[in-house]
Design a protein around this ligand. Sequence first.
Ligand SMILES: [Zn+2]
Length: 71
Amino acid sequence: MPTTICPECSEEVFVDAESEQGDSVSCDECGSRLVVVGLDPFELDLQEEPESDGTSDDDDLQSSDYDDARY
Ligand SMILES: [Zn+2]
C-alpha cells in the first residue's frame, strides 16, 4: 500500500492504491482528515471541515454558499 506524508504532522500516511483525487483519508498519527490532491506521487492536503461534527447533513442548508468560497 502506498504511503505519503501527512501535511499536518509529517508522518507517513497509508493511502489506498485505488484512491482517486478528492478522496478523503484520515491520518492515523494525528487524526487529521485529509483529501487526496495528487496521485503520482500521492499528495494530501488538509480537509477543511467548518463547524461539522459529521453526524448531521441537515444543517448544511444555511452554509451552502460556503462551498462556493472554497473553489
Ligand atoms: Zn498526521
